[in-house]
Each structure stands twice: as C-alpha cells, then as structure tokens.
Design a protein around this ligand. Structure first.
Ligand code: NAD
Ligand code: TYD
Length: 362
C-alpha cells in the first residue's frame, strides 16, 4: 500500500527545523500534496521564518496549540490529514532546567493529544503515517568512544531529553497497541538558518558580531555531532516516502566537535566573512559556569538510514557553516525580531547573574 502524502500536518513548522523542512518539502519535485503548519508561536516560533510562502497555495498556517484537544481534532477533519510530521516541542535544554513544566505539557501531553487525534481520525487506514521527530539525547551521554544505535537503551538525563524520551515511548506504544503507522527519527545537533539564538551556533555568531562574551559552558570539552538542517529535512522526507511503519532511524552528521574547538573554528569563519581580525573574536571566549548535569558526548551511528533508505549528508561542514554564518550576517531584521519581547525578558531574568568562571581570552 502506497502512502498518501497528500495532506501533511506539520506541527511546530514555524520553528527552526520545521520551517526548514516545510521549505525543503515544497521544493521537492516528488511532492504534490499540501502542507498545514500548526504552531502555537511560542517564543521559538516565528511567522517570519516562512514569510516567503504566504502566497503559496500549497501551504496553510494555523495558530494552534498541540495540547488543545479540540483544535487538534479540527485540524485532522478540516484538512483531511493523512500524514503528521511532529516537530512541535520545547527544545532547549537550558530552559528545561530553569522551568521544566512546558516540556512535560507540550512534549509529553501534546504528543499524546496528537496520537489520540490521529487514532480517532484514521481508524485502520494503512496509507497514513505519524512521523515523530526526536533527538539523540534520549540515549543519554557517551564516554569518549562509541556511538548511539537505534537499539541503544534509553537513558535520558535532562528534563528536555526525558520529555522527548517519554514522547518516543508514547509513539511506540500507540503503534504496538493501536497499530498506528508510525516512524521515529532521532537526530543529532542541527545547525543552519533560522535557528533561534539561544543554541550554541547562533549565540556565538551573534555575540561575535556584537562584541559580546562567547559563553563556553564548563571547560568546553563536551562533544556534539553537527548536522546541517537541510540534511535532516531530507532524511525526514526520505523516511516519509520509504521508511516502513514501525521503524526508527538515527540521523547524524558524523561530524563530532568539542564545543571549544567549534567556537574557535566559528571565530575563524566569522572573521573571514566580516573582515575583522580573528583575534578580536577569540579574545571574547569566556568560560562560564557549567550547565547542571551537562551530557558529556553525543555521537550517532546513522548506518541504518544510509543502508536501508539510501540517505546521505549532502552538506559538508565547511560549506554548511559558511552558509549559516553568511545567513546570520545578512538577516539582521530576523534577528532583531526574534530577540525582542519575551525572549529578552527571559535572558535578562535567567542569565543576568551567570558568572564567568575564568577568562581565557585565547
Ligand atoms: P524550535 O524550538 O526552534 O521550534 C519549536 C516549534 O514548536 C516552535 O515554532 C514553537 O512555536 C512550536 N511549539 C512549541 N510548543 C508548542 C505547542 N504546545 N503547540 C504547538 N506548537 C508548539 O525547535 P527545533 O530546534 O526546530 O526542533 C524541532 C524538533 O526537532 C523538536 O521536536 C526537537 O526535539 C527536535 N530535534 C531538534 C534538534 C536540534 O538540534 N534543534 C535535534 C534533534 C531533534
Ligand atoms: P545547545 O545548542 O544548547 O544544544 P544541546 O544542549 O541540545 O546539545 O548546546 C550545544 C553544546 O554547547 C552543549 O554542550 C552546551 C554548549 N553551549 C555552550 O557552551 N554555550 C552556550 O552559550 C550554549 C547555548 C551551549
């Protein structure tokens, strides 16, 4: 049975990865359907992210909260949804430490609400799919070697990763118990345009431009694997088309960096584009109090999606990072918009007193 893929409900499509995914999908020759983006527009969701699509007849935006049962049920019936790509979540680990409540209500209860609406709307239709977008952080933290496999036992450590692990378990339970056709992807750290400037890469680029300290948590020795957001979007599109129901795929960049090395590398990339001396950026590096419970290392083994579905990373790190830096340097209006309002208040409240542990300018 072929999947319909005619009416795709994207949740959280006004955020970083969701907006990149929608733009990616609408550019695919093989996609002939329509997209409904349901997003609550929290501090992380921004209509500007998809402003260029407002005249595209294949795209509809609905402001809706995935915790709102009635609103979610209405989306399924009004738009005859046959596919869900579920991005909507609270996504920032630091925020989950300062205030975990929204992580539980959105990531766990919101996913539950969507699963129930899908079950109700779809019955036993075989041509539908619920794709859940998740993170490698559900697997916990690695030592200096090894990589997460799809079979690695869950061991989440932060309120964020615990809430995502909870949502993954719900999705699998709905597949097992109610035969809902589902797929899950667990991806490593994404970078690229439209990422909210609270995550590492945009924080560093924007602080360099503004001459502000570059806050490196702890000693900067934690390791992350970085994937260009467009490659993540393509992995999800590949799964929607070819991934059998019930399967989970790890998605990663095979591109590990210690935070401090990445920040120094970014100083080089930004200096090349602004023409400013790299040393002026390097001396902004400031080691600050570590994140509580900071996971040491994430690394993804993505052999399965490569082998079984033929997905590959299309962007190498130098070109992806250089494009990303260029995008942030050019899009000052977007930056001013996302940094106004609630975000600024939150930063002032929670980060104002964040002490610098030492100040190794170099
Ligand atoms: P983001 O924070 O940029 O965007 C989240 C979006 O969800 C926003 O548009 C926000 O308005 C919306 N949202 C939040 N709560 C909502 C609610 N209750 N109802 C409706 N919409 C709501 O996040 P992102 O970085 O784009 O991440 C998207 C998904 O990918 C998340 O599920 C995240 O766990 C997962 N993921 C992210 C990364 C990463 O590196 N950013 C890596 C792996 C997986
Ligand atoms: P982040 O972008 O928050 O993603 P995640 O915590 O989900 O991996 O952080 C990436 C890494 O960078 C993480 O080890 C924390 C660290 N970090 C800093 O050192 N300074 C910062 O200002 C931020 C935002 C993160």
């Amino acid at each position: 049975m072929e999947r319909s893929l005619e009416s795709i409900l994207v949740t959280g499509g006004s955020g970083f990865i969701g907006s990149n995914f929608i733009r990616h999908l609408l550019a695919q020759e093989g996609f002939s359907g329509r997209i409904v983006n349901a997003d609550a527009l929290t501090y992380a969701g921004n209509p500007l992210n998809l402003a260029d699509l407002q005249d595209d007849e294949r795209y509809t935006f609905i402001q809706a909260d995935i915790r709102d049962e009635e609103a979610v049920a209405r989306l399924f019936s009004e738009y005859e949804v046959d596919t869900v790509v579920h991005f909507a979540a609270e996504s920032h680990v630091d925020r989950s430490i300062f205030g975990p409540r929204d992580f539980i209500t959105t990531n766990v209860m919101g996913t539950f609400t969507l699963l129930e609406a899908a079950r109700e709307a779809w019955g036993d239709r075989p041509d539908v799919l619920f794709h859940h977008v998740s993170t490698d952080e559900v697997y916990g933290s690695l030592g200096d070697t090894g990589a997460f496999l799809e079979t690695t036992a869950y061991d989440p450590k932060s309120p964020y990763s615990a809430s995502k692990a909870g949502s993954d378990h719900l999705v699998r339970a709905w597949a097992h118990t109610f035969h809902l056709p589902v797929t899950i992807s667990n991806c490593s750290n994404n970078y690229g345009p439209y990422q909210f400037p609270e995550k590492l890469v945009p924080v560093m680029i924007l602080n360099m431009v503004e001459g502000k300290p570059l806050p490196v948590y702890g000693q900067g020795l934690n390791v992350r694997d970085w994937l260009y957001v467009g490659d993540h979007a393509q992995a999800i599109w590949t799964i929607l088309q070819h991934g059998p129901a019930g399967e989970t795929y790890n998605v990663g960049g095979e591109n590990e960096w210690r935070n401090i090395d990445l920040v120094k590398h970014l100083c080089d990339v930004v200096a090349k584009q602004t023409g400013e001396p790299e040393d002026d950026y390097l001396r902004l590096i400031t080691y600050v109090t570590d994140r509580p419970g900071h996971d040491h290392r994430y690394a993804i083994d993505c052999a399965k999606i490569k082998r079984e579905l033929g997905w590959r990373q299309a962007h190498d790190f130098p070109s992806g990072l250089s494009e990303t830096v260029a995008w942030y340097l050019a899009n000052t209006e977007w930056i001013a918009s996302v940094r106004s309002g609630e975000y600024r208040t939150w930063m002032e409240t929670n980060y104002a007193g964040r002490g610098s542990v030492n100040d190794h300018g170099r």
